[in-house]
Design a protein around this ligand. Structure first.
Ligand SMILES: Nc1ncnc2c1ncn2[C@@H]1O[C@H](COP(=O)(O)OP(=O)(O)OP(=O)(O)O)[C@@H](O)[C@H]1O
Ligand SMILES: Cc1cn([C@H]2C[C@H](O)[C@@H](COP(=O)(O)O)O2)c(=O)[nH]c1=O
Length: 214
C-alpha cells in the first residue's frame, strides 16, 4: 500500500515546485509516484465552478464559505477512487492541496482557528461522510505571506493565465490562512504534519525518510 502525501501552503508558496522536486527525488530512489492537484481544473465540473466563482463569475456564490467548501469537497469526492487506486499501484500518491486547504482557507475566511466549528465540520463532511482517504503525511510549505505574494505576483506577470483570484488578491486572508495552517500543523490535524521552510533548500531525503522506515 502506498503513502498519501499532501503538500499544503499559501498561494504562491511554491507547492507545485516542491511537488516536482519530490517526484524527482522519489524517482531517483526507484519509487513510483502519481500526483493530483486540487482543485482539478479542467477535469472536474466542481473545480471549474470553483474557478468561475474565484474570478467573480458566479454572482454571490464566492460570498458563501460553506458553498465554496462544498464544491471543493465534491471535487475531492470525485477523485477518491483514483486516489485509492493510486495507493494500490504506487509507492506514493502526491497531492498538491487536499482537505486541509479547505480547513485553512475557510476557517481563515470565517475568522476561526484550528479549533473552530468549520475545521470540525470539514472533517466530518469529507472524511467521515464522503470517506476520503486520510493522508499519511502533510508537508506544510511555510513561507512568509509577503514572499508567497511576491512569488504569485511574479508568476502572474509571466503568465497571463495565472491572474490572481479573489483569495490570492486578499493579503489579510492569506495572513490569517497562514496562521490557521500553523495551528493545524501544531495539533497534527488529521495526520502528522512536517513543516518545510520554503526559503531554504529542501533536503528531499530527510523529508522522505520517515515515510519509508520499516
Ligand atoms: N524556492 C523558491 N524560490 C524562488 N521562487 C520559487 C520557489 N519555489 C517556487 N518559486 C516560484 O514561485 C512561483 C509560485 O510557485 P508555485 O507555482 O510552485 O507555487 P504554488 O504554491 O503551487 O502556487 P498556487 O497555490 O498559487 O498554485 C513560481 O513562479 C515559482 O517558479
Ligand atoms: C483545494 C482548495 C483550495 N482552496 C483555495 C486555495 C486557493 O486560494 C484557491 C484555488 O486553489 P489554487 O491552488 O490556487 O488553484 O482555492 C480552498 O479554499 N479549499 C480547497 O479545498
Amino acid at each position: 500500500m502506498g503513502k498519501l502525501v499532501v503538500i499544503e501552503g499559501l498561494d504562491g508558496a511554491g507547492k507545485r515546485t516542491l511537488a516536482n522536486g519530490l517526484t524527482e527525488a522519489l524517482h531517483a530512489q526507484g519509487r513510483t509516484v502519481t500526483s493530483l492537484a486540487f482543485p482539478r481544473y479542467g477535469v472536474s465540473v466542481h473545480a471549474d465552478l470553483v474557478r468561475d466563482a474565484l474570478y467573480g463569475n458566479i454572482g454571490d456564490l464566492s460570498d458563501s464559505v460553506y458553498g465554496m467548501a462544498v464544491l471543493y469537497a465534491l471535487d475531492r469526492r470525485g477523485a477518491a477512487d483514483e486516489i485509492r487506486e493510486g495507493l494500490e499501484r504506487h509507492d506514493v500518491v502526491l497531492l498538491d492541496r487536499y482537505v486541509a486547504s479547505s480547513a485553512a482557507y475557510s476557517a481563515a475566511r470565517l475568522h476561526q482557528d484550528e479549533h473552530g466549528e468549520f475545521v470540525r465540520w470539514v472533517r466530518e463532511l469529507e472524511i467521515d461522510r464522503f470517506g476520503l482517504p486520510v493522508p499519511d503525511l502533510h508537508l506544510l510549505l511555510r513561507v512568509p505571506v509577503e514572499v508567497a505574494a511576491e512569488r504569485a505576483a511574479r508568476r502572474e506577470q509571466a503568465d497571463d493565465s495565472r491572474a490572481r483570484d479573489l483569495y490570492e488578491s486578499d493579503g489579510s486572508l492569506q495572513a490569517r490562512c497562514g496562521a490557521v495552517y500553523d495551528g493545524l500543523a501544531n495539533i497534527g490535524w488529521l495526520a502528522p504534519w512536517h513543516v518545510v521552510d520554503g526559503r531554504s533548500n529542501v533536503n528531499f531525503s530527510s523529508l522522505l525518510a520517515p515515510l519509508f522506515t520499516p
